[in-house]
Design a protein around this ligand. Sequence first.
Ligand code: SAH
Length: 243
Amino acid sequence: MNNFTFSPVATIASCFKDKFTIPRQPGLVTAVTAEVVLLKPYATPEIVRGLEGYSHLWIIFAFHAIPLGQWRPTVRPPRLQGKQRLGVFATRSTHRPNPIGLSVVKLLDIQIRDGDVRLILEGCDLLDGTPVLDIKPYLPYADAISDARGGFATSIPDRRLRVEFSEQAAAECAVISQELSKDIALLIRQLLEMDPRPHYQMGKLGDRVYATQLYDFNLRWRYLQPEVVEVIELSSELPSKEF
Ligand code: SAH
């Protein structure tokens, strides 16, 4: 049997510095923007010639932050609240025999400056630093199948939580939004309204404070009611692992 060795053609630059709040699929959080940064020797204008004609791309990447060899033939998809085991090939689990991921993303812009080629994306489910193995255009005539069946994941996940900001968090959001020229409150709202906690913690209340690193700030939040999240602060300290 052949073995293959692939080297990345690009790296992802995204706001997600850890995995906690990354959406399960790329189109769920439109406020996320990320970039595909082409690596040498691929960072040339000709390699992306014609790409501007497409609205969407397939990104094929390596799940580099998953320890190798930890896959199982069956997994418990979070969508099914962990209650059912399905074959790994029937899911989009990150723990697979070959740790390869596939994301369809909207292409907003292509930026080319000498020796630097970046594809600007809207929506992304990728960790910062993810190695990109290949980029392909999304072909609607072949890739969009209107009568396709969706197995256990037939609709987009619920966005059921209400997200509130403490006074401190609202003020910090305003400052960071200005610094980054981005609506950070919208981004946080979109990330937290889907409840990023593991299924076995969902619906739980308590004093627990959750934290994740977005860009270079530490987002901290807690659950006030089963359906209400409070963003406590967006500090510049690095997050401690509290989950
Ligand atoms: N759309 C892809 C990924 C789905 S899984 C596919 O279907 O193959 C999405 C999850 O992958 C995210 O919630 C995040 O936790 C995880 N993830 C993203 N980038 C990763 C990386 N580089 N290494 C490990 N896990 C990653």
